[in-house]
Design a protein. Sequence first.
Lengths: 123, 111
Amino acid sequence: EVQLVESGGGLVQPGGSQRLSCAASGFTFSDYYMDWVRQAPGKGLEWIGRIRDKPNSYTTEYAASVKGRFTISRDDSKNSLYLQMNSLKTEDTAVYYCARGGYSYGFGLGDYWGQGTLVTVSS
Amino acid sequence: QSALTQPASVSGSPGQSITISCTGTSSDIGTYDYVSWYQQHPGKAPKLMIYDVTNRPSGVSNRFSGSKSGNTASLTISGLQAEDEADYYCNSYTSSSTLYVFGTGTKVTVL
């Protein structure tokens, strides 16, 4: 059974940093691209970034709203995905989901999702 | 990159069919057949219902179907059931600097 479990959420002050983790199981993690998607309270979904697999040089892509502040990484030996968030703003407050991607010739997004972790940016 | 446009709400009676539209541009839906639809119940993670415009993942009811015409994609739910009451989001791959764009979301109510 595919499982994705996020952790690391919590309360952080504006300008601060937070690192989220996503533990994967039930599939060959190294074979898949992985994405982060967030959802502000009461709002819609927003794709924020992707990391590809080793054959694609672990390249990353980011939404304009987080580019230069957020960094996605992965450790295939630990079946884990990470999201390093710096210079956090109040508008970054959201539930952050990790999602499996890359199916459908690399263009697929989110065939499995984690349960999400809440990050609250507030003073 | 603006969000794809969906109606805020759609409702129907049990057994009826409803259709949710998702309007984009020639930079996303109009060019790419990488449109997906997600169902989200309150407090839960999204669930993939349709991918590549028309394909259903294993385990998703065949009451759910997808289509596309020009810059607009659609999700049809036939034989509406109480458990279908949820928020639905479309998503498309895009040629803009942001790889993917989501729709604004549609709340489906079963009367």
